[in-house]
Design a protein around this ligand. Structure first.
Ligand SMILES: NC(=O)c1ccc[n+]([C@@H]2O[C@H](COP(=O)([O-])OP(=O)(O)OC[C@H]3O[C@@H](n4cnc5c(N)ncnc54)[C@H](OP(=O)(O)O)[C@@H]3O)[C@@H](O)[C@H]2O)c1
Length: 159
């Protein structure tokens, strides 16, 4: 068994897509990846050499606290946090209930702020990085993307 202390990286939303691919690639590069997933079956599917799944819903303060405790209890530098988890709710602005707007912001904005806050001390200790995965959908105006863009909502047909 190797006794080498590996540099660590946290990736949120690692059950599928870009998060899963990032976790696997970072592990291949030699990092120890704490990979956030929401279900045990996703943890089982992801677990591998260099990948340690962590149950992490970024809207759940207890999950975030457990992640911080796990990071704090281990040797090895935390080199990066990859804020990747997201949901995408597309709908005409006027048709989407405010509760759904709030749900999207809880995941895509406040969840990341909460995770970043608790891991920042560990990141700062070793000049770690915060990598925020964004979307071209946040830059380009597309029909029904108002809830994803959030910051710029214009009436259709208006100025
Ligand atoms: N794919 C694209 O073409 C594209 C384009 C632009 C931007 N992006 C950005 O790239 C990132 C990943 O996209 P993707 O296409 O790989 O998406 P994806 O396959 O849908 O993956 C999203 C991940 O976020 C997780 N997640 C959702 N809600 C969560 C929560 N409350 N707490 C923790 N994890 C949560 C999902 O977990 P569950 O499986 O448990 O739901 C899943 O692991 C996102 O930030 C997205 O905005 C993607």
């Amino acid at each position: 068994m190797s006794t080498r202390i590996q540099d660590r990286v946290v990736v949120t939303g690692a059950s599928t897509g870009i998060g899963a691919a990032s976790a696997r690639e970072l592990a291949r590069q030699g990092f120890h990846v704490l990979a956030g997933v929401r279900r045990d079956r996703d943890a089982d599917a992801l677990r591998a050499d260099g990948i340690e799944p962590v149950i992490l819903d970024i809207t759940q303060p207890d999950h975030i606290g457990e992640l911080a405790a796990r990071v704090g209890s281990r040797a090895g530098a935390l080199r990066a946090l990859v804020n990747n988890a997201a949901i995408q709710i597309n709908a005409p602005v006027e048709a989407l209930p405010l509760s759904e707007w709030r749900r999207q912001f809880e995941v895509n904005l406040f969840g990341h702020v909460a995770v970043t806050q608790v891991l920042m001390p560990a990141l700062l200790r070793h000049s770690g990085r915060v990598v925020n995965i964004s979307s071209v959908g946040g830059r380009v105006a597309l029909p029904t993307y108002g809830p994803l863009r959030g910051h710029e909502v214009r009436p259709r047909g208006g100025q």
